[in-house]
Design a protein around this ligand. Sequence first.
Ligand code: ATP
Ligand code: MG
Length: 421
Amino acid sequence: MRQSKLFTKTKREAPADEVAKNAQLLIRAGYIYKNMAGAYSFLPLGLRVVEKINNIIREEMNAIGGQELYLPSLQDPELWKKTDRWSDENVDVWFKSQLQAGGEIGFGWTHEEVVTDIMRQYVSSYKDLPFSVYQIQTKFRNEVRAKSGIMRTREFWMKDLYSFAATQAQHDEMYAAAAAAYEKIFNRIGIGQVTYKTFASGGAFSKFSHEYQTLAEAGEDVVYVCEEKGIAVNEEVLEQADLSELGVTREELEKRKSIEVGNIFSLGTKFSESIGLTYKDESGVSVPVIMGSYGIGPARSMGTVVDLLSDEKGIVWPESIAPFLVHLVGLNLEDSEVHDWADGIYNVFKDRGIEVLFDDRDVRPGEKFAESDLLGLPYRVVVSRKGKESGTFEVVNRKTGEVRTLTEDELYADFDGDSET
Ligand code: ATP
Ligand code: MG
């Protein structure tokens, strides 16, 4: 991508009403646009990041056998009445509307009901189980507060996986597989070190559920962590559960602010019983299906990365989710020899499948570097007249600040294969 063609521009300031650091940085760098409180547009750079996160999630969901599908946002009240989750008294985040033809509809804020209803058509025998399905889809929630930038919006992407099992053992196996997949996902997007699988209350069907809580001052949640033992519990568990059972004492737990980036939950037969999802066991007896649900917020995860990994100059993307790996910054481009040289390097990067953003604009070097720092791509490769004379490039690692001077061959060798440099 040539930066001269990119319609977004960096800005000195974020809108005055934007209080969250993640959104301030992402707006200034041109990744997102704030349409109103709780609703943001994802511009080309921002969408590239979300897509990378989504693809990591997809790979890990597919690896545990999840089958991707897509469910509608529009919701039939009759279905939700079966689980007693239609009324505004029971669920306070519904957005609802009227059909012109008469009757009410809702905008999906989660999809347990929908997916359970669908499976009634496809599950009849124990032989059909276990399996799991997932989607990455837009949810609508009438959140009271929307002050955390892209971490809490009223329209947001969620990856929601649902598991269906005949036996508790099958369910437990899928639950453990989902937990392992979540660990991989958060490691891959760069927040694994500070993300805790946190004990939360489990509802009627299991002792605990688990929230994936990332320690961060900007967080809206609170967790109690023992970093040494790698154990975290939420407030409810702290008050209600027997901590000794978890192998930790109250004194060992430190109160920290955190962001819930995901959660996994055993649903038991709550939804299958209310909606009538049953299978016939080996002796022909009709039994309700055991379910689980597993959520991740891709945009909330992106906001968490920005919040945690940025520095005073701007965003610092991990390679795994950066919109481009390389920021090729051209200086002295008014010199046609330098310009052609830079152009050639841009084309070699592209031909080799290395994702590169080429700053080919006629802008002062200081401004280019400041914008480059704000954008936060992992490697900055500087092409200049001076470099042309010596046949070398400056390569700057955004995260460590390390500067290396490489020849053209060294440069390509460096970014070849897996770009771990
Ligand atoms: P919270 O307690 O923060 O409101 P939740 O318990 O309502 O979260 P779930 O319903 O389990 O969250 O949703 C699954 C995941 O979707 C969450 O872990 C989070 O990553 C993401 N998510 C939830 N609400 C929002 C939102 N309003 N904006 C962006 N992401 C969200
Ligand atoms: Mg919520």
